[in-house]
Every structure is written in structure tokens, then in C-alpha cells.
Design a protein around this ligand. Structure first.
Ligand code: BYC
Ligand code: FE
Ligand code: FE
Length: 472
């Protein structure tokens, strides 16, 4: 089952050829997808040849095949991780029952909603990033961008497959809608807020792949626990690709940090913009922005939706089966933050209703790890500056902290104070213009824009100097 049939119009490892109806329906959706890619995929990329990895096998070892690929010829397909024998529903009220190979009728609406929300983010990110190749800091980075973009396109295929295969006519309608909503569109925006923000510059792109793709990791991990087995298998394979997106983010921010610290040490000042690099305090502002909008993606602290998804066995916790408890949670409590008379306090609520909050906490811990590594780079250069994740309450638009005003270190303040100080904490128009002015396109193999350090090594054993993209 693991090998992928590339002789098909739609490469797949789900025996699509055996289900003619489904195959025809997906083959009808395929040109709409390709039109969307042409219109809203990476600008000006259609003739480029790119050193891309393509899935040829879904086994943990060696599923990735690297080759020069002409961008529109990338083979988007449908790949599910192998079926686990005897898999069970591992949490909620159906715990212990055999995992579902079909949609449980009573949960159809909820499952469809989860799949649609997940699917919607994938093409959204491609739309958000579509202009970035025009200001890439190197061919190595342009390749990284395109790799992420084609895989997010494939993640859309993953969700569209589930909609077509398991949700009949409404599934097909939802699949069409995926190509109708657009990031930032005033009339038909993408579903989640953070997927409507423009990714204007490469620092934003690296923050996006560090923080926002990491939300992907946590949401997909929670969906990979699903009792609906096809969703679990799809998400498990998507997660193998996600790791590389976060690598691009972590090393990208890390290289900007390194260059900035290098120049700060050399000239004994943090104001390295005079030397063409992004000052560390600006990197902090970008981080404050991206981290806070990503915290919103986890939903409200108290969510009956999340409680229901869990009890129904549709969406679990991060590493559900490794957690040592009853996996039903009816008698468990979990602390969530609340405002009481202007003060932040923790309140214990039902662990079921606090599922979103728990995932957000896991996410926060994971985010901290990379920040620690960036700080080590800064220290190693002998520069006195520390990057810190802002407080969970800072700059939030969903849940308890919506309409509250809090400093990055968690002190409640008035709206007026927040408005007056905002420019110290979040990117201002001038900051954005400054960073944008550094985003000069560099396309000579091996060369880097001045604001970023070169990567430690190239891709798949190749040198950094390799011509990762042949521009045509
Ligand atoms: N924006 O009960 P609540 C990725 C709504 S990233 C706008 O807390 P729930 C990727 C909510 O819909 C991973 N609206 O909601 C990364 C609800 O509406 P109703 C994406 C929001 O359902 C990079 C109401 O507020 N995957 O893959 O518990 C590149 C009540 O809220 C938002 C997923 O998100 C928001 N941020 O939780 C490419 C997984 N938050 O019912 C790709 C699927 C909440 O009042 N989605 N609302 O009309 C879910 O699991 C959940 O729907 C959410 C929200 C976690 C998003
Ligand atoms: Fe994705
Ligand atoms: Fe991703």
C-alpha cells in the first residue's frame, strides 16, 4: 500500500483507480486547482525549475525524492500514511471501539467542519506568500519558499480528498469553496484570522513558518489522533512534511538573528539597520506579532466545541496516547487564565472544556525551544540582548484576552496606555518599510542578501552554492 502510483493523472496511494466515481470527481476538481495555482500561486514561478522533494513513498524512511522540477509540473497527489492494524478510538466516549473507516453519521457535521477549517488554511498560506519570490534573499531561500508552497498545495489535496471521498455532494461543494475564499479578500476571506494577513517580507515569512506552521503541527497532531481513521492517516503523513516547514522558519529567523548579532558585535550597537541588517529589537516586534496572532488560532480557552470534538473521538490532544490518564476526562480539571477585577488569575475548569487551552500551552512550550537557540546565537556573539515570547495575554483577539490591554510581560494597562506604547511592541509602518527596504532580490547562486547569514549547509547533501532554482 505504501508505494505511490505516478502513472495516474492524480498520483495516489489510495487505489483511486478502483473507485471510478471518486476518481472522476477529483479529476474534475484538478483543473480548478491548477487554475488557482496559476492565478494565486507563487508569482512569476511558472517557468522556473526548482530542486524539489516529491513524495514517492510514504514509509518513514526515504519517502522523499529530490529532483529539478518545473513548478507547474509538480505532481500534487493523495498520500495517506499506512493503515495501522487494529487501530482503536483512543479517547472520548467511544474509547476502545474500533477506529471508524467511514464517517460516523451522527458526527458528520462536526467532522466536516474540522476538515474544512484545516483545509482552508493550506491554500491560504500559498496566497499569503505569493509575492515573496520577487524579494528572495538567495536561491537557497527561494527554493525553500517553493517547497513549502507546493506542499501546502498538497495539504489542500489531502483535505479535498477526504471531502470528496467521505462527504458526498456537500463535500464536493466545500472543495470548490476552498478555491473561492481567498486570503485577505474583503468579501470571501479565509476562515481563520491569521490566514488573512499578508506576508509582506521574508522576516514575516520565516516567522510564519516558525510560528504558524507550528500551529499546523499541533492541530494536525490533534487530528492525527482522530477516531476517524482516514483523517488520522492523512494528518500523519502531512506531519512529516510540516517538520521541514518549521525547519525553514527556525533556521531563517536564526540566520537573520545571527547576521544582526554579528554586526551588533562588530559595531558595538544594536542599531544595525545602518549596516543593512534587521535590528534585534525589530525581530522581537515581529515575533510579538506572529506569536500572538498564532495563539488566537487555538480558539477560546473555554470551548464546548472543543469538548465535543474530544468526547466524540474526533480531535484529541497532542500526543494523546502517551498521556497517562483515562482519556475520557469527565472528572478532570485544567487551569485556564481569567481576568478578575482587572487582575489575571488561574481558574480550574473541566479538562474537556479546556482542550484548546491545553493545546495552546503545549504549543507555547514548543515555540520557546527555538527562541532559546536564537538567544544562544546572540550570547555566543557577545551581544547583550534577549528575545522573549510575549505573555499569552498580549495582543489577543480571541477568547478571554480579547478587548483587554496587556504589556508583553503580562501587566494589564489601559487602552490609552496600550495605544501609546503599541509602536514599541508591534511593527509600525516605518518598521515595515525599513525591513522591506532591505528585501533586495538576490539570485546569484551561493550569494545572500546582506541582512541574512548563509545557511549552515545546503539541501540534501548539495552545497549552499548550488543553483537551487533555474530562473526562466
Ligand atoms: N479565527 O469554541 P471556539 C495549518 C471561532 S494551521 C476566527 O474556541 P473551536 C497551516 C470558532 O470557529 C492549523 N474565528 O472554537 C499553517 C467558533 O465559531 P462558532 C489549522 C475563530 O471550534 C501554516 C467560535 O470562534 N488547523 O495547518 O473550539 C501554513 C468559538 O470558538 C478563531 C486547525 O485550526 C480564529 N482564530 O476552535 C499552512 C484545525 N478561533 O462556532 C497551514 C481545525 C475560534 O461560534 N480547527 N473562532 O461559529 C479547529 O480545530 C477549531 O475550529 C479551532 C477553533 C481550533 C480553529
Ligand atoms: Fe500544511
Ligand atoms: Fe506547513
Amino acid at each position: 500500500m505504501t508505494s505511490i502510483d505516478y502513472s495516474q493523472k492524480i498520483p495516489n496511494n489510495v487505489n483511486l483507480a478502483d473507485d471510478r466515481r471518486l476518481q472522476r470527481a477529483l479529476e474534475k476538481w484538478q483543473p480548478a486547482f491548477l487554475d488557482w495555482w496559476k492565478d494565486l500561486g507563487p508569482e512569476g514561478s511558472h517557468n522556473h525549475e526548482v530542486f524539489l522533494r516529491t513524495a514517492v513513498d510514504v514509509s518513514p524512511k526515504g519517502w522523499a525524492h529530490f529532483d529539478m522540477v518545473k513548478m507547474p509540473d509538480y505532481r500534487w497527489g493523495i498520500f495517506l500514511a499506512d493503515q495501522e492494524e487494529d487501530r482503536k478510538v483512543n479517547f472520548g466516549i467511544h474509547k476502545g471501539e474500533a477506529a471508524w473507516q467511514d464517517v460516523p453519521g451522527e458526527y458528520r457535521g462536526e467532522l466536516r467542519r474540522l476538515i474544512v477549517t484545516q483545509g482552508d488554511t493550506e491554500p491560504a498560506s500559498v496566497e499569503q506568500q505569493r509575492l515573496l519570490s520577487l524579494s528572495c534573499p538567495s536561491l537557497y531561500d527561494m527554493r525553500g519558499l517553493f517547497q513549502v508552497n507546493v506542499e501546502e498545495g498538497r495539504h489542500l489535496w489531502a483535505m479535498v480528498y477526504l471531502l470528496h471521498a467521505y462527504f458526498g455532494r456537500d463535500g464536493r461543494e466545500e472543495a470548490e469553496e476552498m478555491l473561492m475564499r481567498h486570503a485577505g479578500d474583503a468579501d470571501k476571506p479565509r476562515i481563520l484570522e491569521a490566514f488573512n494577513v499578508e506576508t509582506e517580507d521574508w522576516l514575516s515569512f520565516f516567522m510564519f513558518t516558525y510560528f504558524q506552521d507550528r500551529d499546523g503541527k499541533f492541530q494536525l497532531s490533534a487530528l492525527a489522533e482522530s477516531g476517524f481513521d482516514p483523517l488520522s492517516r492523512t494528518c500523519r503523513f502531512m506531519l512529516t512534511e510540516e517538520a521541514h516547514h518549521m525547519f525553514i522558519g527556525e533556521t531563517g529567523v536564526g540566520r537573520a538573528v545571527k547576521r544582526s548579532a554579528e554586526l551588533a558585535a562588530k559595531h558595538d550597537t544594536l542599531d544595525v539597520d545602518k549596516y543593512g541588517a534587521i535590528p534585534l529589537p525589530l525581530i522581537q516586534k515581529w515575533m510579538n506579532f506572529h506569536f500572538s496572532i498564532c495563539l488566537d488560532l487555538f480558539g477560546q480557552e473555554k470551548s464546548t466545541n472543543a469538548a465535543n470534538f474530544y468526547s466524540m473521538g474526533l480531535k484529541g490532544r497532542f500526543n494523546e496516547t502517551k498521556i497517562k490518564d483515562d482519556h475520557v476526562l469527565e472528572n478532570d480539571l485544567f487551569p485556564v487564565p481569567e481576568f478578575e477585577n482587572g487582575k489575571l488569575v488561574m481558574k480550574e475548569i473541566s479538562a474537556l472544556t479546556a482542550i484548546n487551552e491545553r493545546l495552546r500551552n503545549d504549543y507555547r512550550d514548543d515555540c520557546q525551544r527555538g527562541v532559546d537557540r536564537w538567544n544562544k546565537t546572540i550570547r555566543d556573539m557577545g551581544v547583550d540582548f534577549e528575545l522573549t515570547l510575549p505573555h499569552t495575554a498580549f495582543h489577543r483577539n480571541i477568547g478571554t484576552f480579547r478587548d483587554t490591554y496587556v504589556t508583553p510581560d503580562g501587566q494589564p494597562i489601559s487602552k490609552e496606555e496600550f495605544e501609546a506604547k503599541k509602536g514599541d511592541w508591534l511593527p509600525t509602518e516605518e518598521d515595515r518599510a525599513l525591513v522591506k527596504s532591505m528585501m533586495v532580490r538576490v539570485t546569484e547562486p551561493g550569494k545572500m542578501a546582506n541582512w541574512i547569514a548563509p545557511p549552515a549547509k545546503g539541501i540534501h547533501g548539495k552545497d549552499v552554492e548550488c543553483e537551487y532554482v533555474k530562473l526562466h
